[in-house]
Design a protein around this ligand. Structure first.
Ligand code: BGC
Length: 303
């Protein structure tokens, strides 16, 4: 790679409401082309959601190639693709489905996206992805200690970082607060669904944040999701203030983080594959001239 060459990956952010994607310059955290957003198919069953994401990725690649051709440049080299999804992801399998169709529970989602995109794809929890981007390019940059990134959207997602390292798949949106699943009251959707004023909603959010503070004593809480654009409407009502800041990447953190994770995992995988291939070339299977050693059983049988 030449100095100054862009490092490009595709980030897809699948949400309970919309599917967003863009080509991302992973070195700068900036979008390297148009951002596409479509509504999440309803019901949000795996088949239609994966197919819709596949069409979005196809459009992105065509647009990027066309833009390069128009500028007289070669097609961009896309070095990874990551998808953020609103559920914990263990070994490529989505394990819950709070804001998507229950068919996602136990679904081999990473394999399904890989098939639809026709290239190896890496799946990550959406809030973990957003957190990774915020820690690298946003409000978490250089922050050590325990930093918690919360995304306030259709649900509430969390990414916990300890000295910059992610503890994956935490689900602080589903803590029980005042006898209820916390995100039922503190998500951005909850405010709209319940027709609450910013202040009334901030009180519920505050209860959630206080409970998190008691359990984790974070040095910083970063609030992301679409509502972070309107932080001035609710931040003044939060009493754990001082250690709470709005996200800086706003709603794009999910796309940028998914691209970063996609690139990182792809690079690791390519490195591993290369090392294996090199080892195989360096050490071809020896052609055996000696008969195989007796097994313990054979030895016993022959006395
Ligand atoms: C899901 C999380 C997700 C969050 C934000 C929650 O309901 O359980 O996995 O990160 O919503 O989308």
């Amino acid at each position: 790679m030449h100095e100054g060459e862009r490092l490009l990956a595709i980030g897809v952010d699948v949400g309970g409401t919309g599917i967003k994607a863009a080509l991302v310059d992973v070195k700068t955290g900036e979008l390297a082309g148009e951002r596409i957003r479509v509504l999440t198919p309803m019901p949000s069953k795996p088949g239609p959601v994966v197919a819709s994401a596949g069409r979005v990725v196809g459009r992105l690649i065509r647009a990027a190639n066309a833009a390069a051709a128009a500028a007289g440049q070669p097609a961009p080299r896309i070095q990874g693709i990551g998808v953020g999804f609103p559920a914990p992801v263990i070994n490529g399998i989505t394990t819950t489905a709070a804001n998507v169709d229950p068919e996602w529970v136990g679904f081999e989602a990473q394999a399904a996206f890989t098939k639809a995109f026709k290239r190896r794809t890496w799946l990550v929890n959406d809030a973990d992805a957003a957190g990774v981007a915020e820690m690298r390019f946003g409000a978490g940059y250089g922050k050590r200690g325990v930093v918690i990134v919360l995304t306030l959207g259709t649900g509430v997602g969390s990414g916990i970082f300890v000295d910059g390292r992610l503890v994956p798949n935490t689900e602080l949106g589903h803590m029980e607060v005042n006898g209820k699943d916390a995100e039922r009251r503190s998500s951005a959707n909850a405010r709209v669904r319940r027709g609450l004023s910013w202040k009334a909603w901030a009180e519920d959010l505050n209860d959630h944040l206080k409970a998190i503070d008691v359990l984790f004593s974070p040095s910083l809480i970063i609030l992301g999701g679409g509502v972070s654009k309107k932080a001035d409407r609710f931040l003044p009502f939060l009493t754990v203030a001082g250690r709470i800041v709005p996200a800086q990447l706003r709603n794009e953190a999910g796309i940028v983080g998914a691209a970063m994770v996609g690139l990182e995992r792809e690079t690791e995988m390519v490195r591993e594959e290369r090392a294996l291939a090199e080892r195989a070339v360096a050490k071809p299977e020896p052609e055996s001239t000696t008969p195989p050693a007796e097994t313990a059983e054979q030895a016993e049988a022959s006395g």
